[in-house]
Design a protein around this ligand. Structure first.
Ligand SMILES: [Zn+2]
Length: 228
C-alpha cells in the first residue's frame, strides 16, 4: 500500500534498473533489484521491486531468497515482486526457472504484490501457469516486444503489458499501442539511457493525445495496482 499522492508525479516509469537523473522528483519509478546479485543495493528510499531474476537463479538459495523477499512485505516502498520469469537462452535450467516462478507467484498472492514478469520465448508456459495459479494479483509482462496477436492473447487472459524504448523504432509495437485502451498498458525505460519523459511524449504523439490525458490513465493503473 502506498500513501503517496499519485497526482504529484508527471511521469511514470514502470521498470528501471538505474533511476534516470532527469525529472527526478516528478517521476514515479519502480527500481528493480535482483535478490541474488543486488540485495546490498536496496536502500528502500525509492519505490522498488525485488525478485529472483531468471538469469541469476541459484537453486541452493531459493528458500533463503524467498524469506528475504517476504521480509520486505511491510516495507512501504516495496511495490512488486520481480523481475521473475523465463529465459531459455540463459544458463539456469528451465526447470529451476519454472520452480522459482511458481514460488514467487505464490508469494505474490500471499503478500499481495503484483508480479513483474521477464519472459523470453516462453509465453505458452506463462499462459499455462496463469490458468493454473489463477492469481488475484496483477501479472505484468515488462519490455513486451512480441506480436500483437500474442499481446491480445495475453491481455485476454488478464495479463498486463509494459513497453520499453523499443517503441521508438519498432513499428509493430507503435501500431499495437495505438489499438490498446490507454488504461491498459505501462511504459518503462528498463536499462536504457533514454528518459521516461521522452518516451512519454513519443507515446502521446503516437496516440495523438495530451500529456494530461495520458497521465490520467497512467495514474488510474498505478492506483489500481499499488494502492489497495
Ligand atoms: Zn529489467
Amino acid at each position: 500500500m502506498i500513501s503517496t499522492h499519485l497526482e504529484t508525479f508527471r511521469y511514470f516509469n514502470f521498470h528501471v534498473h538505474k533511476p534516470s537523473e532527469s525529472n527526478e522528483g516528478s517521476v514515479f519509478f519502480i527500481q528493480s533489484y535482483d535478490i541474488n546479485s543486488q540485495m546490498q543495493m536496496v536502500d528502500g528510499n525509492s519505490f522498488f521491486s525485488i525478485g529472483m531474476h531468471p538469469w541469476f537463479l541459484k537453486s541452493e538459495m531459493i528458500h533463503e531468497n524467498l524469506a528475504k523477499i517476504r521480509a520486505f512485505s511491510n516495507h512501504p516502498n516495496f511495490l512488486a515482486i520481480g523481475e521473475v520469469g523465463f529465459d531459455p537462452l540463459k544458463s539456469p535450467s528451465f526447470e529451476l526457472q519454472e520452480t522459482c516462478f511458481k514460488l514467487q507467484a505464490d508469494l505474490a498472492e500471499e503478500i499481495k504484490k503484483p508480479l513483474i514478469i521477464h519472459c523470453v520465448k516462453s509465453y505458452s508456459i506463462l499462459l499455462e501457469l496463469k490458468k493454473k495459479i489463477n492469481p488475484k494479483m496483477p501479472w505484468i509482462v515488462h519490455g513486451f516486444r512480441n506480436s500483437s496477436k500474442l499481446a491480445n492473447q495475453l491481455m485476454s487472459k488478464g495479463i498486463f503489458l509494459s513497453f520499453g524504448v523499443s517503441l521508438f523504432w519498432e513499428k509493430h509495437l507503435q501500431d499495437l499501442i495505438c489499438t490498446m485502451p490507454l488504461n491498459a498498458f505501462l511504459i518503462e525505460t528498463d536499462d536504457s539511457k533514454e528518459t521516461i519523459d521522452k518516451l512519454t511524449s513519443f507515446v502521446c504523439k503516437l496516440r495523438n493525445i495530451t500529456l494530461e490525458e495520458f497521465l490520467l490513465n497512467q495514474r488510474t493503473i498505478y492506483a489500481q495496482f499499488f494502492v489497495y
